[in-house]
Design a protein around this ligand. Structure first.
Ligand code: C5P
Length: 219
């Protein structure tokens, strides 16, 4: 039982990028690999939790008996999947790199090359995490922040705005941190505004640190 402290708990994890369609063959995306979210989902499952992994387009595939994977493409798809599962979970970790904007309209045919310039109008995507943070009784909430300047100040503001219990700040200044890498360097910020900086580690080790911190709060 000591090794399975999360038995009986349900968790939701969002991971990976989102792809926002422009036309049938093109999209707006980002370089997220889904590695951090996948590592967290695996660590939660290894500790006995039943995990719903809501994953944007990613080449990763690491099945686990306790992980149910829900594949999505766009931010709107991801939001719909989160809405479907969120009321049944105890813990929710939002590690996906959700596109902030999507094309206002999706062309039903491949856009032809013609004019010298081309504009695509973008509209804002819903902030999935903030929406969950505004629920009457949200689950234990973990969010991520990737900041390039005034990191701590922005991270504290983000934790408050999104109502997170734990905010994971990734530093972009670090060689070891970021998209498509196997390592990460984080600072954890709790609801009481205390913070703890960790050294650079593999994403698998970082996932353990994050889940250890969640356990301290919910046990
Ligand atoms: O506002 P920002 O994108 O920096 O916030 C990052 C955090 O919010 C991450 O936890 C991310 O998964 C989540 N997020 C979200 N929906 C969005 C944008 C961000 O859930 N549309």
């Amino acid at each position: 039982a000591a090794k399975m402290p999360l038995r009986g708990k349900k968790c939701l994890v969002t991971a990976g990028p989102t792809h926002e369609a422009i036309d049938p063959v093109r999209f707006i995306g980002n370089h997220s690999s889904g590695k951090m979210g996948m590592a967290i989902a695996l660590d939660l499952a290894d500790r006995g939790a039943e995990v719903f992994l809501i994953m944007g387009p990613s080449a990763l595939n690491q099945p686990h008996d306790l992980i149910e994977r829900i594949d999505v493409v766009s931010a709107m798809d991801m939001k719909n999947a989160v809405d479907e599962y969120i009321t049944s979970v105890d813990i929710a970790v939002f590690s996906a790199a959700v596109a902030d904007y999507r094309p206002a309209t999706v062309s039903d045919h491949k856009i032809k090359k013609a004019t010298d310039t081309l504009s695509i109008e973008l509209v804002k995507n819903p902030d999935i995490l903030a929406g969950v943070g505004a629920m009457q009784k949200p689950p234990y909430l973990v969010g991520f922040a990737l900041e390039t300047n005034n990191e701590m100040e922005h991270a504290f503001a983000k934790a408050e705005k999104k109502n997170t219990d734990l905010l994971v700040l990734n530093s972009m200044r670090d060689e070891e941190a970021g998209f498509n890498k196997d390592t990460n360097k984080i600072t954890l910020i709790r609801r009481d505004k205390s913070s703890r900086e960790f050294p650079a580690k593999s994403k698998v080790e970082v996932a353990k640190d994050i889940v250890d911190e969640i356990l301290k709060d919910i046990m």
